[in-house]
Design a protein. Sequence first.
Length: 95
Amino acid sequence: MQQLQTSNSSSAVSPAMAIRQWLISQLAEVLSLDPSTIEAQQPLTRYGLDSIDAVTLVGDLEDWLDLELPSTLLWDYPTVEKAANYLVEEFDVSV
């Protein structure tokens, strides 16, 4: 079971929330957006995510979680919320 590290260890953060926060932060950086404008329930394509950025982001997520993930993850689960929930359910990650 992979242990996620959160930046604020004094408060409990669910694994799904930690993954959501990471994904939003990375999306904002890659797409030059304000993280507060990214909604977890909105399709990632709404923000301009293309296939190259999606595959790169999945690779970074693999490195962060130390997991092997499908390169189509963000197309199969096209919102931050769906992707985070899938990862928690499928890979049993925990904080």
